[in-house]
Design a protein around this ligand. Structure first.
Ligand code: SAH
Length: 345
């Protein structure tokens, strides 16, 4: 095992340069083994064999942004757009509640039809019907005031991946109208408002270097979010990155372990993107430190339309099938799904 791994295990608070060195160990089986072992030990110390469920409701694929990697970016004229009504969203929650879900994640593009008033209406309706459930939002960059109103209406958590903590890299993935500083400000605003916050990034995004990933780790350490979403980048055929290589499953697993050690109590999903690149990807994620899975609760008729990247899995099954399939997968990894909100410790 390499010396840098020892140092990281003793004190995970490394410098950017040291994280770059740590990342070179992703190809050293002995180092990977040692990091995985420690990540699993920490995960079990805090969460035992519990895995939390988050019911993902992809409620709109309209988006005003043009993130170059994303299949639902506004520039993609081939995307077939949809948005769910409040009643449809509530019906997704109803199905989910029956199946034991106690967290609903409302995710969407940045859809201007969903004004603050309309968002509040949806949040309030869910809050009123499901007082024992957590409401997570993932609707992109908004003003402090909008975030405040959503919180007031009953939202508890917010997922906003920072995407990359390196300025140059950020500019290569997004149009000039978007900026890393804005993205980071949103995350700090959300924290200040008392949300449980999720940041994160894609592994193997175009132009990503070890330095970028090292900066992601430094940023995570600084922000100290309650949740971190990472998954491999997967090309989408209608983007400029159609011909780019997908991210590596192994590197994603390595980073899941590193993040578990860096932020011991973090809520860490084994993502759909990981399951898309490798049929056993989510099980593998759980066995290296992840403790959350996010099955799809969206109406089956719209699932294929929330098309962030090619070949996304679970776009054909009913919610109940997804729940059953995931329960089996989680058990095969030696863990068990619990019907709890799964708040940050
Ligand atoms: N509009 C919301 C939700 C974005 S979709 C927001 O801005 O936060 C959720 C996540 O999917 C994104 O944060 C991004 O990291 C991921 N994603 C988008 N395109 C992807 C691709 N081609 N491959 C892998 N992940 C992708």
């Amino acid at each position: 095992m390499r010396e840098i791994v020892e140092r990281f295990l003793q004190n995970p608070d490394l410098t950017k340069e040291e994280y770059v060195e740590l990342l070179t160990c992703a190809e050293d089986p002995e180092s990977v083994g040692r990091l995985t072992e420690e990540a699993v030990r920490i995960r079990k110390a805090h969460y035992g064999d519990k895995v939390y469920l988050r019911g993902l409701i992809e409620f709109t694929n309209y988006c005003k942004n043009d993130c170059y990697y994303c299949g639902i970016r506004c520039g993609n004229k081939n995307a077939v757009r949809y948005r769910l009504t409040k009643e449809e969203i509530l019906s997704c929650c109803e199905d989910g509640y029956e199946l034991g879900f106690r967290t609903f994640v409302l995710q969407g593009g940045e859809d201007i039809w969903f004004t603050d008033e309309r968002m509040e209406e949806v949040i309030r309706a869910i809050r009123q019907r499901y007082p024992d459930c957590a409401i997570t939002l993932s609707v992109g960059e908004k003003s402090y005031e909008s975030y405040r109103r959503f919180k007031e209406a009953g939202a508890d958590r917010y997922l906003l991946r920072h995407e990359t903590a390196n300025e140059d890299h950020y500019r290569k993935l997004h149009p000039a109208a978007m900026s890393l500083s804005k993205r980071k400000q949103c995350l700090y605003d959300l924290k200040a408002l008392g949300y449980q916050v999720g940041a994160g990034f894609m592994v193997g995004a175009p132009y990503q270097t070890k330095e970028c990933l090292a900066e992601d780790l430094v940023f995570l350490k600084e922000l100290h979010p309650q949740m971190v979403g990472i998954g491999p980048f997967i090309p989408h055929h209608d983007t400029r990155f159609a011909g780019a290589q997908a991210g590596s499953v192994e590197l994603t697993l390595f980073l899941l372990s590193v993040i578990r050690i860096l932020l011991p109590k973090v809520l860490l999903p084994a993502t759909t993107a990981l399951g898309t690149l490798d049929p056993k990807g989510r099980e593998k994620g759980l066995s290296v430190g992840a403790n959350v899975v996010m099955p799809n609760l969206s109406p089956v008729k719209n699932r294929k339309q929330y098309d962030l990247y090619d070949n996304k899995i679970c776009t054909g099954e009913e919610s109940a099938q997804c729940r059953g399939c995931l329960a089996r997968r989680v058990e095969s990894a030696g863990y068990r799904i619990v019907d709890e909100r799964g708040d940050a410790l």
